[in-house]
Design a protein around this ligand. Structure first.
Ligand SMILES: [Zn+2]
Length: 708
């Protein structure tokens, strides 16, 4: 089941009186995440049964023609009921160490997906929503938005089509889900590897390698050859190799291999692009990109592509200068005959340049960021900005999935508990490999006096180093933690009537803005000094170390931005209008890289076969660039002068977080910052880039050309 169909239903909600399966936090014996049904893996069956039963009651209720507002509320409760199951199963599948729980969660997910087909194609629900949308007496703007978005989402699922076309849409949605799963599984199955002599690998990296021995048979005598290592080129090991191995042949081999696996995903991607394109066309759009963007600020792929092209042009001169600087560094280090600057040089040489120019010892940095201190930092930040505390609360029997998990409530002295947060931050085998924010329950108004509190989980994969008994973060991990925390606060502090609009369920090109804004807090010395203390001496982090980190970050900012623009363009081209079928994604990627970056392309590689954002963020990668621009402007205008003040916190909470998706996205941005955050381009809305470009030093070059 594709996320868009799921989103269609997640746009529903209600205040219908009847039996409700509310979250039961705090009882002594409960099930996973506080749901009484989930006391055992088999409880997932009951969880789904209950959700289907409750949704069925609500469907019947809607068929009795209640008022428009009641229709919308009942729809939202259906959405809440279904999403709670889908979100819980998703979290469980990514984090639960017990295979049986994972298997049952997967089965539950599949059953729920089946049921979603029934809901998303239910003509009487659609008719009820259309009627509600036409009702001029809907009391609030949020009600009106809920009605029109619900109708829109139903139509994206093809409910208004004839039965043949609807069947085709349903089949395509199933195919798309399956292809997305395959794409991800192939990446796990085929990470690629290269075998290299042990002598070329620095000792401190040996723990990442698998020793292999080759034997050559000489009659009856076996002769041991030089020891070799196998480098498995999954993404994080590949990054470490590219950053730390001086031997450029090894880096080249690892780069080539890691960027050309899994080959089989080229075919999967072709099918995915074709299926999404057909789906979009049946429903009435020119392309999948257009299909995804209707409710976004950008409103059309042409607007997005114009924005990306202009960004690419603006960033090019500075990215070229950075490229020259890296090449000069290479020539100084290895002599004029060192050859061209190659793609596998970038991470290694920029790492060396950052360390030498900034006199930055990266190994020292993590001494100031024990994980426990970083969590303390998030608590201090919340207290300072919002006058709220994160209070640790005990986990009831059966509620947790691992002994590492902590639970906290977000508490305001006047408003009481505002939501619940699970933290599952350290790595373990079989766990979701990245960092992410998972919703378990969205917030929604149940009655005048009653609000369903949001429940979310932050999941990361921070690990102990080989030299320490505690988990200490490098600075980029601190930044990631703050990013995910921004998502969590968005979910916890939104106060929308409809679950459909809670927290991150906002226009897609605004969803990453709060998280990008909170990244700034991980870079500000006034914030860092409150919690970043040396693990053994307790000394606060020296300001000059933070300054060095910032200098290092800025050194190749244009190159990094150029890379993000390239990824967004690749995503747009893949899911934009078809020029040929199937698209030659390898050539498309190569051409875009050559046109829009300063770097060479290594023939035969196809980096994008591991680009998992093409799955859930298909045609939406550009939203990260939107978020970068918005966050820079918000930081500049609202936070920078006094980032920890209550006034700043109040502006962020009242102006941004509390609205979730309930407010028109352009109004939300304009009311928050005033003029100067949005600008018009080709009939759509794009972010003003001046704050971001000012921050990166791009504006000073030629201000007359910096207008977007
Ligand atoms: Zn994010």
């Amino acid at each position: 089941m594709s996320s868009l169909v799921r989103r269609a239903v997640s746009n529903l909600r209600s205040n219908f009186t009847g039996k409700r399966h509310l979250y039961t936090s705090g009882s002594n014996t409960t099930g996973l995440y506080g749901f009484h049904q989930l006391k055992s893996p088999q409880g997932f069956q009951r969880f789904v049964d209950d959700a289907i039963e409750r949704s069925g009651e609500l469907v019947d209720y809607i068929s009795g023609k209640p008022s428009s507002k009641e229709i919308l509320q009942a729809m939202d409760e259906i959405s809440d009921t279904v999403c709670t199951v889908l979100d819980s199963t998703t979290l469980c599948r990514h984090t639960h160490p017990d295979r049986e729980f994972v298997q049952e969660a997967t089965k539950a997910l599949m059953r729920m997906d089946e049921y979603l087909h029934f809901l998303n194609t239910n003509q009487s629900l659609y008719n009820a929503v259309v009627k509600a949308e036409q009702d001029k007496n809907l009391p609030t703007l949020e009600d009106k938005r809920a009605a029109s978005q619900l109708r829109f989402d139903f139509e994206k699922g093809g409910v208004h089509l004839c039965s043949d076309k609807l069947d085709r849409v349903n089949n395509l949605n199933k195919d798309i889900s399956q292809l997305c799963i395959e794409f991800g599984e192939n990446i796990d199955k085929d990470p690629g590897h290269v075998d290299v002599p042990a002598s070329v690998i620095p000792k401190r990296l040996h723990h990442l390698m698998k020793p292999i021995k080759r034997y050559r048979s000489l009659g009856s005598i076996s002769k041991n050859r030089e020891k070799e290592f196998r480098i498995v080129t999954e993404e994080s090991t590949l990054h470490t190799i590219l950053q730390h191995v001086p031997d450029d042949e090894v880096r080249k081999m690892a780069y080539a291999r890691g960027n050309s696996v899994p080959h089989v995903n080229l075919a999967v991607l072709d099918k995915l692009i074709a299926a999404r394109h057909e789906l979009a066309q049946i429903v009435g759009y020119k392309s999948y990109a257009e299909y995804c963007m209707q409710l976004n600020l950008s409103s059309s792929p042409d607007v997005v592509y114009s924005f990306l092209l202009k960004m690419s042009k603006l960033v090019r001169p500075m990215a070229d200068e950075e490229f020259e600087a890296i090449w000069n560094f290479k020539k100084e280090k290895y002599g004029q005959g060192c050859g061209d600057l190659e793609p596998w040089d970038e991470t290694y040489l920029t790492g060396l340049m950052k360390s030498s120019v900034s006199e930055l010892d990266f190994s020292v940095v993590s001494s100031y960021f024990p994980l426990s201190q970083c969590i303390e930092g998030l608590k201090l930040l919340t207290e300072s900005l919002f006058g709220m505390t994160f209070r640790s609360i005990p986990l009831a029997d059966g509620e947790t999935w691992h002994t590492d998990v902590m639970k906290m409530s977000l508490y305001h002295p006047d408003e009481g508990d505002l939501g619940y947060l699970y933290l599952d931050l350290t790595s373990r085998k079989g766990k979701y490999p990245g960092c992410a924010h998972f919703a378990i329950k969205g917030g929604r108004r149940i009655s005048e006096s009653d609000y369903q509190l949001p429940v979310v989980a932050l999941v990361c994969n921070f690990s102990k180093s080989r030299y320490s008994s505690t988990v200490r973060l490098c600075h980029s991990e601190v930044e990631t933690l703050f990013h995910e925390f921004g998502h969590a606060l968005h979910s916890l502090l939104s106060r929308t009537d409809y679950q459909h609009f809670s927290g991150t369920r906002i226009a897609f090109d605004l969803a990453e803005t709060p998280s990008n804004l909170f990244e700034y807090y991980a870079w500000d010395y006034r914030v860092l000094r409150t919690f970043s203390k040396h693990h053994s001496t307790g000394e606060p982090i020296p300001e000059k170390l933070v300054e060095a980190l910032k200098r290092a970050k800025k050194m190749f900012a244009a190159t990094e931005l150029q890379r993000q623009i390239l990824y967004a363009m690749v995503d747009q081209k893949f899911f934009g209008e078809e020029s040929s079928v199937p698209k030659d994604t390898v050539t498309l990627f190569r051409d875009l890289k050559m046109q829009h970056t300063s770097w060479k392309h290594m023939e035969g590689t196809h980096w994008h076969t591991r680009f998992t954002h093409l799955l859930n963020y298909g045609a939406g990668y550009y939203t990260y660039l939107y978020a970068k621009c918005f966050a820079a402007t918000i930081w500049q205008n609202i936070c920078k002068d006094d980032p920890l003040s209550r006034a700043t916190g109040s502006a962020i909470r009242m102006g941004l977080l509390q609205h979730g998706g309930a407010k028109d996205p352009a109004d939300l941005m304009n009311d928050l910052v005033g003029d100067g955050i949005l600008t018009k381009l080709d009939g759509g809305i794009v972010p003003d880039v001046s704050s971001l470009y000012g921050e990166l030093g791009l504006l000073s070059r030629d201000p007359s050309k910096s207008q977007l």
